[in-house]
Ligand binder design. Structure first.
Ligand SMILES: NC(=O)c1ccc[n+]([C@@H]2O[C@H](COP(=O)([O-])OP(=O)(O)OC[C@H]3O[C@@H](n4cnc5c(N)ncnc54)[C@H](OP(=O)(O)O)[C@@H]3O)[C@@H](O)[C@H]2O)c1
Length: 254
């Protein structure tokens, strides 16, 4: 049986003889990727894995919650070619990727419109959003705005809808959906609106970049609920409601 979990933070217990990047006692945060296994007291990773020294100003719970959502948001914003002055719409701004996408897009100098439900409007404004659209009341694709990037953090909107809201050379950036991968191939030679897809897997450089931002207090980690290891199934059930705010963390082994 596989042990679930991809994000982790903890202390290096021991290193192999040829390991040069880490020493026993280092506090690290990272990502196990497709091999999973992070929901455990111990995990064995290569020094080439997506692992970095933990931000010094975070505890382990916050650090674990700063891995996948933040690095995925960074990966897609960079892949979309985000620039200072861009108008960026973050669809699903109150989730894990979304809360980081709002903050990172602001960091890169964009004007950010956050799409979220009414319960989370205050949160996304606190995170820096310039404008907020309530997805239960308003269709972002019909307000006449022209965005350079529509970042669909949840795969809950679509290119056909985003297209009407994109500037002439705008990018629709979904995190999920095979049909979107096909659309990205189909639009890759277009001089106009394109679909940009991908998979954030190698997170090493991203983690070092994020550590710097966090230590400079330029990135906030939103934690919705904390569970102990015995409550793992309950934690999954809550995440699967699709309505968490930011991140959920599970503390293992204490
Ligand atoms: N390609 C990659 O490399 C990669 C990497 C990681 C993850 N992903 C993908 O990213 C997705 C998960 O993202 P996540 O963890 O950031 O999500 P999440 O945290 O689970 O998202 C939860 C949030 O979504 C909001 N939401 C739900 N329905 C909405 C709607 N119709 N419109 C707008 N907001 C809505 C909820 O707010 P309300 O309560 O107000 O509804 C809630 O705050 C998954 O599909 C995953 O496969 C892709």
């Amino acid at each position: 049986m596989r042990t679930l979990g991809t994000e982790l933070a903890g202390e290096v217990e021991a290193v192999g003889a040829k390991v040069t990047r880490f020493r026993a006692g280092d506090e690290v945060f990272g990502f196990t990727g497709f091999r999973l296994g992070a929901n455990a007291e111990y995990v064995c990773l290569s020094q080439r894995a997506s692992l970095a020294l933990k931000p010094v100003n975070l505890g382990f719970e916050e650090a674990a919650a700063a891995v996948d959502g933040a690095s995925t948001a960074l990966y897609f914003l960079r892949k979309a070619g985000i620039r200072h002055g861009h108008r960026v719409l973050v669809y699903g701004a109150s989730g894990s990727i979304g809360t980081y996408a709002v903050q990172l897009a602001k960091h890169f100098g964009a004007h950010v419109t956050a799409v979220c439900g009414p319960r989370n409007a205050d949160l996304v404004v606190e995170l820096g959003a310039d404008e907020v659209i309530d997805y239960t009341k308003e269709d972002y694709s019909r307000n006449g705005a022209a965005y350079d990037i529509v970042f669909d953090t949840l795969g809950k909107t679509s290119f056909s809808r985003a297209r009407t809201a994109l500037a002439r050379q705008g990018r629709y950036v979904p995190t999920t959906g095979l049909h979107n991968t096909l659309l990205s191939i189909g639009t890759s030679v277009s001089r106009g609106r394109r679909v940009v897809t991908g998979m954030s897997v190698d997170k090493n450089d991203a983690l070092v970049f994020l550590k710097g931002l966090i230590e400079a207090e330029q990135l906030r980690i939103v934690i919705d609920r904390r569970y102990c290891f015995d409550e793992l199934a309950e934690a999954h059930r809550y995440v699967e409601t699709g309505h968490k705010r930011g991140n959920v963390v599970v503390t293992v082994g204490t």
